[in-house]
Write a protein that binds this ligand. Sequence first.
Ligand SMILES: [Fe+2]
Length: 286
Amino acid sequence: MARIIGGIGTTHVPSIGKAIAEKKHADPYWKPFFSGFGYVHGWLARERPDTMVIFYNDHGLNFFLDKLPTFAVGAAPEYRNEDEGWGIPVSRAVAGDPDFSWHLINGLVADEFDVTMCQEMLVDHAVTIPMALMWPDESWPVKVVPIEINTVQHPLPSLNRCLALGRSVGRAIESYQRDLKVLVVGTGGLSHQLDGERAGFINREFDELCMDRLIDQPEALTRYAIPEFVELAGAQGVEFLNWMAMRGALTGSVRQLHRNYHIPISNTAAATVVMENGPGAGLRAA
Ligand SMILES: [Fe+2]
């Protein structure tokens, strides 16, 4: 049976891709961010996941405002990246696992999440940058199921809905017959706003509250309606919805193994969290 080893939450801002390409890891601006991945590399080398389910938001590469699904699941044998215009190198393709994807899609639809099913899908920096951060040697030893969440075009799904989406995915993972070790990832955030009167807005106190509650009491975060969350975390801080889904997919007793938080990277509060999915009933609800 498939087993969920844990979850990783990470920022995905495009400038990270440029910094990687220019090998700026030791640069004083970048070092506090990149050094937070040392633990991640060691943990992944020990745990050796086979497959990664990654919750992310597309920024206009595969979906644009004219057609933007609330939730979309990739079911392709591979996912290509293309030039997004950020000046970062185009990534190589990411390997998919269609059989596992269809299993997750069946589970989601049975749980009444009417997702968009994508047998062709480009993935943008919100998938490729986290992969480059997690496996800097570019080995990318996992197959990937990308799950897109709309954090761009309002109305957005609620925090509660994304937590429930994750829980459905977690149940589906654990009912898969193949012996896979599955890593769950949520990308984006934390607090940031890129435009308008509040451009540059960051809220450290709220980010820390979100990271704390995500570990031990994710339901407590569902009290925030999207407009209130935007006020507290910034217009693009709602990418935290991807972290909520990741947390929802962790079915066991969850423990924080590692956290790094650094302000700012490209006007964004950059955070990296690793969570263990231990044995036990956890906080899962129906
Ligand atoms: Fe983003």
